[in-house]
Every structure is written in C-alpha cells, then in structure tokens.
Design a protein around this ligand. Sequence first.
Ligand SMILES: *[C@@H]1O[C@H](CO)[C@@H](O)[C@H](O)[C@H]1NC(C)=O
Length: 186
Amino acid sequence: MVRLAITFAALIAVSTTQAQCTGPPVNQATIDLIAEFEGFSADVYNDPTGNPTIGYGHLCQQSGCSEIPYSIPLSEADGKRLLADDVIPPQNCITQQTAEPVTLNANQYGALVSWAFNVGCGNSGSSSLITRLNNGEDPQTVIAEELPRWNQSGGQVLPGLVRRRAAEVGLAGTATSDPALPAGTC
Ligand SMILES: *[C@@H]1O[C@H](CO)[C@@H](O)[C@H](O)[C@H]1NC(C)=O
C-alpha cells in the first residue's frame, strides 16, 4: 500500500508539472523598462506596508535583505539581476494565460510581462486584453487599445501609470524579429 501511495503521488506531481509551462525570459529592453518605472534603491528601505525592499522594488525575506546573493549597497547591474528573477512569475502567467496559437514577438511579450508585473497575474488573467488575444484578434491592435485602460490605482488616474502604459505600448510597437510566444514547451 505504501508503495502504491508513493507511486500515485509521483504521478500527480508529474501531471501537475506538465500542466504548467515556463515563460521565456524577457529581453533587456523589457528589464530596462520595468527598472525605469520601479525606480532604484541601492540600500534597504521599508515599503509602505513595512516590508524590507531593495533594488528595483525587490521584496526581501530578511530584515536587511541578508538573503540576497549580492553585496549591499547594491549595484544597478545586480539590481537588474534580482529583477530578472522577479519577472519569472509574470513571464509564466502571461505564457500560461495565452492559448496557442497566440503569437507574440519579444517586445510584445515584454510589454505584457511588464504590465502583469505591475497589475498582478490575477488581473491579467481575467482581463479583456487576454480574452481578446485568445479570441484571435491582432496582438498589436489589442495591446494598443487595452493596455492604456490600466491607468488607475485606488480609483484615480495616476500620471506614472499613464506614462508606463504608453512606454509598454511603445515597446510592443517596436519591430523585432525575435520571437517569444508560443513557447515550445507549452
Ligand atoms: C485612463 O483610462 C480610461 C479608460 O479606462 C480612459 O478613458 C482615459 O482616457 C485614460 N486616461 C488617460 C489620461 O490616459
């Protein structure tokens, strides 16, 4: 019985892994865009909810951010390395929320990852933006029409969000031959 139980658990683990897929890493233009809008701190500070934070809005586990593998004060280059790890969840959710055959180049994908990083994967997943992409509409049209709508926080239009959405639409509209989605493993 014990053997059977272990085998069963292993099967569940395998099928769970296969149902997920890993989003490709965003390009440097995307890291630079997110970095610009997050702002940089070389030293640890407490965010508005009291969490220790460093670099480009990286939330730490330990006070003093002692768990990060870089020296403090943090360099901007190391800050971008932390940021490249922090974009993994939004990379994965944009990849998993879009259904084949949605095809995005590296800049269109990066724009959507920046947006999901900012608004959260729950909001991206229930958005009309993702629904329209999955209905087969032209990505450039959908991105240009839908991203600017995400300009509010707490019921107010924030100029920083208006600028960020414009920068994301600009990135998405920048021609590139680098593909991003569909990702081969999904
Ligand atoms: C903010 O988004 C709304 C739609 O959600 C739009 O009507 C409005 O024009 C936008 N404001 C700015 C300043 O872009």
